[in-house]
Design a protein around this ligand. Structure first.
Ligand code: G1P
Length: 292
């Protein structure tokens, strides 16, 4: 069975739900504690054994590319001032040369179209997709849990989690048939269904392992929900010819494309911070007390 070596991270989205914070910086660069949000997603990919990441980017997103490059003047300056710990952290997070590619999605036609823009770099092998709005905290990263499951199931895997019924219209929702531990066999999926017609309350959480045949389906996928070319619609078509499994991963997810989801992420990652977690706890508790 093929190992999953490449991942696509679509970063062309405008971040309209978190304006005005994202008016002049990419939403993926908003800090969560002391790292930009994108760092957590990239670390999750490396942890799962990914060797190459394809960013599908767009206008105004150059800061992401710069973030993963050497900043020569900055490093020389840190060296000169003997700020060795900060310098070591920068170097530690620098990706291996040649392990990232950047392609542009020229028009905002939707997530399905963004993934299709990566087709030439992915080629003919199964690959992962990580949506950068979604940060997932877990003992083992969600994608690593999926690649582990993939060694048994093969085919296509999507990460799912329960969502309150009032929120099903904000997500892709699966139609499960049977459950075996954390794995569901599924017979369908639908993007942002109306609350009264949703097939379940299991949302697609923004992590996927897909077979390359998805690109042929995306090439002629018609617009769906929100007038956009939806990945969910292409996956629903591909289910007719390929096995799909849903994995209920172990972890907590945060939708950082949403203001309160972003706040939750900051609180959790601050509390988990290896050096500053204890201080963060005191700050949060004090803030609650002072705000009464
Ligand atoms: C996308 C997907 C959706 C998924 C969601 C997860 O929607 O289309 O299926 O449930 O991400 O966050 P978006 O949030 O881009 O509207």
């Amino acid at each position: 069975m093929n190992k999953i070596k490449k991942a696509v991270i679509p970063v062309a989205g405008l971040g309209t739900r978190v304006l005005p914070a994202t008016k002049s910086i990419p939403k993926e660069m908003l800090p969560v504690m002391d790292r930009p949000a994108i760092d957590y997603v990239v670390e999750e990919a490396w942890e799962a054994g990914i060797e190459h990441i394809v960013f599908v980017t767009g206008r105004g997103k150059g800061a992401i590319e710069d973030h993963f490059d050497i900043a020569f003047e900055l490093e020389a300056n840190l060296q000169h001032k003997n700020k060795t710990a900060i310098l070591a952290d920068l170097k530690q997070h620098l990706p291996k040369a040649g392990s990232m590619s950047f392609v542009r999605q020229q028009s905002p036609f939707g997530l399905g179209h963004a993934i299709w823009c990566a087709r030439d770099i992915i080629g003919d092998e199964p690959f992962a997709v990580l949506l950068p709005d979604v940060l997932i905290k877990g003992k083992l990263g969600a994608l690593a849990q999926m690649t582990e499951a993939f060694t048994k199931t093969g085919g296509n895997i999507i990460a799912v989690d329960e969502v309150p019924e009032r929120d099903v219209n904000k997500y892709g929702i699966i139609d499960p048939v049977t459950q075996d531990g954390d794995l569901y066999k599924i017979r369908g999926m639908v993007e942002k269904p109306a609350i009264d017609s949703a097939p379940s309350n299991l949302k697609i959480t923004g992590r996927y392992i897909l077979q390359p045949e998805i690109f042929d389906l995306l090439a002629d996928q018609q617009s769906g929900s929100g007038g956009e070319i939806q990945l969910t619609d292409a996956m629903a078509r591909m289910m007719k010819s390929q096995p799909f499994t849903a994995l209920k991963y172990h972890g907590v997810d945060f939708d950082c494309g949403d203001r309160l989801g972003y706040l939750r992420a900051i609180a959790h990652f601050a509390l988990d911070h290896k050096d500053l977690g204890e201080d963060a706890r005191n700050i949060l508790v004090t803030a609650l007390r002072q705000n009464q």
